[in-house]
Design a protein around this ligand. Structure first.
Ligand code: MGD
Ligand code: MGD
Ligand code: SF4
Ligand code: MO
Length: 715
């Protein structure tokens, strides 16, 4: 029977509305939903690949268990029995600490994992909790915690009302926006250009930079450039914090800290001229509706903590924090902030340090750059068994080869994942969840970082097969098997039993959350029943001023100069003084038809010429004897890969760029399309010892590498 469904694409943060036509168990058509309040019909090519995902013969539908090195299908009871028995045994032999978790990016797009997975991982009571946060947005969350008092108070650029959008280390035209849910960035950026200016500051002239003003910056130097902006703001008397001025602490400390970083001093290192920096500072200060936005390129570098903090600082000093057209908070229909507080996720920093390398705890987790050595280093607290959920750290975390090998040292590993990929191939048991079209969805997390307020609930299009399980069901069953039927799930709500939660399910929690939220029935507003009647979603209007009420600090202050950041400045100064010209450094890039490491099994997305290429500036290519299209050897202190060169002046001299998420050529993966065009993994080259020392976030960008021509060497 032909049916039409309205839902959201959950592949990336844009969460575009989709209209899906199904016929029986087949997907017939996927297109943009013109009535979706935030995407208004826009989709990117990945949305149609949801059909490929749904029909992919490589996607697991039943649990598999490894026997004599081969995965064999078993039923759920058998799989759960085995996992429960083995994990309980590890915990009773070595203690709670011996069982750890890595959870990955799709968790953020999965209601079941958010509501049932995160509390489970927390309830295990181990310090060995790792996630993609520490190769991604950790510095944003730290700034939110230290400056506003809660790790989830993440401001978003009010892109639809700004007249000046300064984009640092982000490529929203390709990534479709991050920590900024705002689908159709092409249209939105064009609208900003029509009203005012878009400035992109990036070591590569990206797709986003192509139709904007572009400034090259040397990787890893953003904190220096931003300190110079702060310096100019004070020196030229441009500091105008606006209506929140009396809430702000630390202005004096900031002025003093920036004094030794005038733009003339940082320019030789950053590559951004003093005039540019001055012009930027003046423009940000004098444009009434302006915003400075920084993302992955700013976070995942040697000074990611400082740089991300300074992005907030510059917005605050120029009066753009919590102002229309500036850097604002959303008003989500279900407020994840109290929910996070309830489950013990309000945020914390440096309460303890990792066992082997002493990296700081953040939000109850440890930086994933240290995961491999926590498995391989013997001693009290060694990690001996691992649960992975929705993550592929072998491809997505630095020195992936090292982790690849370390996973084999585990006594037991279980993965909640639909694929046998580079990571899950090491598991003893894989528990495959339903796919995005087989489960209901409410957008819980991304409404927190949306550039416009909205709410949407969509029921599953396909019923869950008798032999399938949802992520949330898998997590609840694991909780019951590992921790017993009664376990502490919500710290502040007390002990909640598995059977109670099973009865409530995601829908029950969504309904409670909607009613208690700022648009809830208490004010005659939303409930699940009402949302069900609005399948395209509900528009809840533009962003509103939320400060000071929303602040979670004592006395509702905004701390502009937390001690943690000031103490890290000498490290930055030393780096500036030790900088030498001529270093060749590596950066990553994202591609429209890729989704981190896991959509390369869709033929329609990977077709065409190979895209896993190393971009090299013509002057470097000439110096190194590299020719376009020929293979080169890219190497670092930890590893090397052979990769075709693409000579291009898109990258600045001294910088080479390789996309991440490739490298499917490993033995034992079951990805029949991806393995035909495997590419290489950038994280076989990135060094796990390169981290931002302040936050522990992997410094994936700006690492030193060498590139050597291979053409002359017989292969
Ligand atoms: N060098 C370099 N490295 C990077 C980056 C970079 O820019 N450069 N980017 C970093 C960033 S920002 C991120 S977020 C990480 C991503 O890193 P990860 O989160 O570790 O990896 P993903 O590629 O997102 O892997 C997703 C996994 O989840 C599975 N999956 C998909 N949907 C579901 C689901 O609904 N349920 C379950 N249980 N599983 C599911 C997929 O099969 C796949 O195995 O990579 C990081 N690594
Ligand atoms: N098509 C597609 N979309 C995606 C993803 C995907 O894999 N594919 N992944 C999703 C995920 S998990 C995330 S987190 C978001 C990320 O969203 P974005 O942050 O917008 O993504 P990137 O394209 O990685 O942008 C980072 C930019 O930083 C630049 N850069 C690198 N080093 C530096 C530096 O030191 N300083 C400065 N100023 N710039 C630097 C890079 O050249 C790059 O242009 O994208 C999401 N959307
Ligand atoms: S931008 Fe593409 S991948 Fe992201 S939600 Fe929209 S359609 Fe899906
Ligand atoms: Mo990410």
């Amino acid at each position: 029977m032909v049916e039409i469904h309205h839902a959201s694409c959950t592949l990336c943060e844009a969460t575009c509305g989709i209209t899906v036509t199904t016929d029986g168990d087949r997907v017939v058509d996927i297109r943009g939903d013109e009535r979706d309040p935030i995407s208004q019909g826009y989709i990117c090519p990945k949305a149609t690949a949801l059909a490929d995902l749904h029909h992919d013969p490589d996607r697991l539908k039943r649990p598999v268990v490894k026997r004599d090195g081969e995965f064999v299908e078993v039923d759920w009871d058998e799989a759960f029995d085995l996992v429960g028995e083995r994990l309980r045994a590890v915990r009773s032999r070595h203690g709670k600490e011996a069982l750890g978790v890595y959870y990955g990016n799709p968790t953020a797009h999965n209601l079941g994992l958010l509501l049932f997975g995160l509390p489970l991982f927390r309830s295990l009571g181990s310090r060995h909790v790792y996630s993609a946060t520490s190769v991604d947005q950790l510095p944003h969350m730290l700034a939110a915690l230290l400056m506003f008092g809660h790790q989830a108070l993440l401001p978003v650029p009010d892109i639809d009302r700004t007249d000046l959008f300064v984009c640092l280390g982000a490529n929203p035209l390709v990534s479709n926006g991050s920590v900024m849910t705002a689908p159709n960035m092409r249209k939105r950026l064009r609208a900003v250009r029509d009203r005012g200016r878009v400035v992109v500051i990036d070591p590569r002239r990206t797709e986003s930079a192509n139709s904007a003003e572009h400034i090259f910056i040397r990787p890893g130097t953003d904190a220096l450039m931003l300190l110079s902006v702060v310096n100019v703001l004070f020196a030229e008397d441009l500091v105008r914090p606006g209506r929140l001025a009396d809430r702000m602490t630390g202005l004096g400390e900031l002025r003093a800290a920036a004094e030794e970083f005038p733009p003339e001093r940082t320019a030789p290192v950053t590559g951004v001229s003093a005039e540019r920096v001055r012009e930027l500072a003046r423009a940000l200060a004098t444009t009434q509706r302006a915003v400075l936005y920084g993302r992955v390129g700013v976070c995942t570098q040697e000074f990611g903590g400082l740089a991300t903090w300074l992005v907030v600082v510059v917005n605050a000093l120029t009066g753009h924090l919590d102002e229309p057209g500036g850097y604002m908070l959303s008003t989500p229909a279900i407020d994840p902030v109290p929910l996070a507080t309830m489950t013990g996720h309000a945020g914390s920093f440096g309460r303890y340090r990792s066992r082997v390398r002493g990296l700081p705890e953040f939000g109850g987790e440890l930086p994933v750059a240290t995961l491999a050595e926590e498995i391989t280093t013997p001693g009290q607290g060694q990690l001996r068994a691992l649960i992975t959920a929705a993550g592929n750290p072998v491809l997505s975390t630095p020195n992936g080869r090292q982790l690849d090998a370390a996973l084999d040292d585990l006594e037991f590993m279980v993965s909640i994942d639909p694929y046998i990929n580079e990571t899950t191939r090491h598991a003893d048991v894989i528990l495959p969840p339903t796919g995005p079209l087989e489960r209901s969805h409410y957008e819980l997390l991304l409404t927190l970082v949306s550039a416009r307020n909205w709410a949407k609930y969509s029921p599953a299009m396909f019923g869950r097969g008798e032999h399938q399980r949802h992520d949330w069901e898998i997590c609840l069953e694991l909780a019951a098997r590992i921790l017993g039927p009664d376990f502490l799930l919500l710290r502040q709500a007390g002990r909640l039993s598995v059977s109670m939660l099973r009865k409530l399910g995601p829908e029950g929690i969504v309904d409670l959350g909607l009613r208690a939220g700022p648009h809830g029935t208490l004010r005659g507003g939303l409930s699940l029943r009402k949302l069900r009647k609005r399948p395209h979603g509900v528009d809840l209007g533009p962003l509103e001023r939320r400060f000071p009420e929303r602040l979670a600090t004592k006395g509702k202050k905004i701390h502009l100069a937390p001690r943690e950041y000031l103490d890290d400045l000498p490290r930055l100064r030393r780096r500036m003084e030790a900088w030498e010209p001529g270093e060749l450094v590596l950066i990553g890039r994202r591609q429209l038809r890729s989704n981190n490491s896991w959509m390369h099994n869709s033929q329609r997305l990977v077709k065409g010429k190979p895209r896993c290429t190393l971009l090299v500036h013509p002057s470097d290519a000439q110096r190194l004897g590299l020719a376009d299209g020929e293979e080169a050897l890219l190497s670092s202190a930890v590893g090397e890969v052979r990769v075709p060169v693409e000579v291009s002046d898109e990258v600045m001299p001294g910088v080479v760029s390789l996309p991440h998420g490739w490298g499917h050529g490993r033995r034992g993966v079951r990805l029949s399309v991806a393995t035909k065009n495997p590419g290489v993994s950038i994280n076989d080259v990135t060094d796990d010892s390169c981290v931002d020392e302040l936050t522990g976030t992997a410094a994936l960008s700006g690492q030193r590498v060498t590139v050597r021509a291979l053409a002359a060497t017989p292969v």
